[in-house]
Write a protein that binds this ligand. Structure first.
Ligand SMILES: C[S@@+](CC[C@H](N)C(=O)[O-])C[C@H]1O[C@@H](n2cnc3c(N)ncnc32)[C@H](O)[C@@H]1O
Length: 325
């Protein structure tokens, strides 16, 4: 008899990306959960609410840069037509400014928003298709860390948008590997526009991730509600405290969920029980902050040649255009 047959099969949920990630993260020490898990429908809505908060300067600062420089940015990507691909497009609220500049300059513009969250992508795509009928919108639901195979090769020159400080979720090695994998799927002469958050005073950073209204705390705890909904777990999110801290050595903001009591969490779909000590935390997000030199070094490691960059008047955020070489 084959011994493997005696092993009980894992519940099907364990094989899904969410199940596999939750198992990996909650059985690791220290415990962690990947930030992409934030973005179920509720998480995407909460993120949209964060972008409107007075403390969260990132989105409005990047939008300010696009409002001022979209035409110059698009002028760099020469040619008759342009395929614009966006990694982690979300609501694509700022992207409209770039698409408008693209249609002013190019005869043919195709837009491929890529996001792991189908609900947010659908909403963004219909809005853009209605507002900019000249743009062919082709949404792609996909995890860009696993598969960049879907990157379309339409014959047009490509401009990849990776904005909103999303690269900051990855440690320097993983960020360079992600850029290299993107570069392999591009042709020389294609472009990457990277939006990154700059290093700044600690008070501004801490406030941005710990707003007075508690929306970021709710966003952070929503990952536990998602695990309850999708894997039948019994987290009581209120028994976890949102913590945002600045890690000076790593040059990053971190978000954690700290257990307020000793507790055992059951996750039936994974056949898993996880014990938390009081004060033990789950690391849910990193957001690396950059200097312009660090961005150039990262782009070069990723196989791109930095060409130009734009910042806001305070120098808080930077948008970097580089060429696949
Ligand atoms: C912080 S939001 C940024 C949204 C938008 N780019 C902006 O600048 O406001 C991150 C977005 O990336 C998506 N996302 C996160 N990880 C992803 C992944 N691995 N693959 C695809 N999309 C991802 C999320 O669903 C979310 O919509």
């Amino acid at each position: 008899m084959n011994a493997a047959l005696t092993i009980p099969p894992l519940p099907a949920a364990a094989a899904t990306p969410v199940g596999a990630e939750v198992r990996r993260g909650l059985t690791a020490r220290p415990r962690r959960l990947s930030p992409w898990l934030f973005y179920d429908q509720r998480g995407s809505e909460l993120f949209e609410a964060i972008t409107e908060l007075p403390e969260y300067y990132l989105t409005r600062t990047e939008r300010e840069i696009f409002a001022q420089h979209a035409d110059e940015i698009l002028a760099a990507a020469a040619g008759a037509g342009l395929a614009i691909l966006e990694l982690g497009a979300g609501s694509a609220a700022k992207t409209g400014l770039l698409l408008e500049a693209a249609v002013r300059r190019h005869d043919e513009v195709a837009y491929y928003p890529i996001d792991i969250s189908a609900s947010v992508l659908e909403k963004a795509s219909s809005r853009i298709a209605a507002q900019l009928p000249q743009v062919a919108v082709r949404p792609i639901v996909s995890d860009y860390t696993r598969s960049l195979r879907e990157l379309p090769a339409s014959g047009l020159r490509r401009l990849v948008l990776y904005i909103g400080s999303s690269i900051g979720n990855f440690d320097p090695q993983a960020a360079a590997a992600l850029l290299r994998s993107l570069r392999r799927r591009l042709a020389p002469g294609d472009w990457l526009l990277l939006g990154v958050d700059h290093v700044k005073d600690r008070t501004t950073l801490l406030r941005a991730y710990n707003d007075a209204a508690g929306v970021t705390a709710e966003f952070n705890r929503n990952v536990l509600a998602r695990i309850n909904a999708e894997l039948g777990a019994n987290f009581r999110p209120r028994l976890f405290r949102h913590r945002a801290l600045w890690n000076d050595r790593e040059c990053r903001m971190e978000m954690h969920l700290e257990s307020l009591v000793a507790q055992e969490i059951r996750i039936p779909a994974l056949d898993l029980a996880v014990r938390f000590r009081r004060g033990e935390s789950v690391h849910t997000e990193n957001s690396y902050k950059f200097t312009p030199d660090a961005v150039s070094a990262l782009l070069t490691r990723g196989g791109f040649a930095p060409r130009r960059h734009w910042t806001d008047a305070r120098g808080w955020f930077g948008v970097y255009l580089s060429e696949a070489v």
